[in-house]
Design a protein around this ligand. Structure first.
Ligand code: AMP
Ligand code: MG
Length: 407
């Protein structure tokens, strides 16, 4: 059976990242949070834009102050006052200084700032008792960033810091990758919407809510196609529509080996390349992955826990890669201590839902109660991590370390 690692490699290989010219949209900076920058940003501004003071104090000529001593202070004439936002007019001559404030533009002639705490002011003169370091407290033009070089690389997620940098560079809008389009539908004769009164044998289609929420969280644009009956003709029709309108299609249900599991057959009849229909993992074994010329298809098992686990494990990296993120597609893996006893049959890579939490300065994992049953949706509340038990291991005892995926 296909290992989880090989399944992931197959999926990531099949992902075509969005094009950084064709698949770009421009958004206002305040709408850019969590979007992915399409191309590198290069600014024509230097940072700082001009030499300026890092302190409130006096802009001086270092040469004047080399021999300052506490018993023999140097006395300078204060010839100008330079608050932030003011363009100095005077060139500082030997024996002169300018009063300057943080962010103020360094005047010509001065090369060093003496902080005001190290000075004594007398009318239009300032006394300085110890020599500063040459160039001290001057932020030089281009110290932080030189115009014409790369300010931000393409393929990164924009958050507060990057958005602030773009603003500082004078941008009002930024080019980001468009959102990947993800079509979602649920497959099963037993499924109804939450507002419907349950008839015997019926359950609510909770999967479309879980998946739509995750897709939006991961930056996708969701096309919700609702519930589809276990009927080959209807399925074929909906899949045909979905693959023509989305970059990724996710269905749940109908991928097992039961008599009503038609997804695999429908994909093949539409000309899809079915890469695999089972993975050596639990839950999630019947995961189906297919590709069409412009679309990836994930057929997830209908069990709510299986659907979530396979989505976290495989679809997140696929979406992030497609969306243009240059690295860090999957979640984070941690090695932490398990508070719970975790079991596996040793034959499948086993994923156990639970909570990763911080206690006394280190992280711990606690399995959700009832997490051994992949039909048990209600035990998943507050789940934020999956313990991963590798093939060949059957037990993690309380207090032992386990690898945890935080999707
Ligand atoms: P299937 O993968 O179609 O064999 O379904 C496996 C189990 O998951 C069955 O108990 C289904 O009733 C349940 N199930 C299937 N689809 C959904 C869904 N969309 N929401 C909640 N449960 C589902
Ligand atoms: Mg079914």
């Amino acid at each position: 059976m296909l290992s989880v690692r090989d399944a992931e490699a197959t999926i990531l290989n099949a992902v075509k990242p969005l094009d950084n010219q064709l698949d770009v949209e421009f958004v206002d900076l305040l709408m850019a949070n969590n979007r992915i920058l399409a191309t590198p940003v290069i600014s024509s501004l230097n940072f700082p834009h001009w030499d300026n003071s890092a302190m409130d104090g006096y802009a001086v000529r270092y040469a004047d102050l080399q021999y300052a001593r506490s018993d023999q202070p140097v006395v300078l004439e204060v010839v100008e006052e330079i608050p932030a936002g003011y363009q100095p007019l005077v060139t500082i001559q030997p024996g002169q200084a300018a009063r300057i404030f943080t962010g103020g533009v360094m005047p010509n002639g001065a090369d060093t700032v003496v902080m005001q705490e190290k000075t004594h002011r007398q009318d239009h003169r300032v006394l300085i008792f110890i020599p500063p370091q040459p160039q001290e407290f001057v932020r030089h033009k281009g110290d932080f960033y030189q115009a014409g070089t790369e300010l931000l690389p393409g393929g990164i997620t924009l958050n507060a810091t990057e958005i602030a940098i773009l603003a500082a560079a004078g941008r009002e809008q930024v080019g980001v990758f468009r959102r990947p389009k993800v079509a979602i539908f649920s497959c099963g004769n037993e499924l109804v919407m939450p507002e419907q009164l349950l008839q015997p044998g019926q359950i609510v289609d909770s999967n479309q809510f879980a998946l739509a929420t995750l897709m939006r969280e991961w930056g996708a644009e969701v096309i919700l196609l609702g519930i589809v009956q276990d009927d080959p003709a209807t399925l074929k029709e909906i899949i045909d529509y979905a693959i023509a309108n989305a970059d990724i299609v996710i269905s749940t249900g109908g991928v097992s080996v039961g008599d009503y599991d038609y997804i695999g057959r429908s994909l093949k009849s539409l000309g899809g390349k079915v890469h695999f229909q089972s993975v050596q993992m639990r839950p999630g074994k019947p995961l189906t992955f297919a590709t069409f010329p412009n679309c990836l298809y994930f057929g997830l098992p209908g069990n709510p826990v299986s659907a979530l686990v396979t989505c976290w494990r495989f679809i997140k990296p696929a979406i992030k890669r497609m969306a243009g993120l240059s690295q860090g597609w999957g979640g984070n893996y941690f090695r932490v201590r398990s508070q719970s006893q975790l079991q596996s049959n040793g034959k499948m890579e086993t994923y156990i839902c639970g909570k990763l939490y911080l206690a006394n300065g280190s992280y711990h994992f606690q399995a959700s109660p009832g997490s051994d049953n992949s039909g048990n949706l209600v035990s998943l509340a507050q789940t934020n991590a999956l313990a991963v038990i590798p093939v060949g291991q059957t037990l993690v005892s309380p207090g032992e370390e386990v690898v945890v995926l935080q999707p």
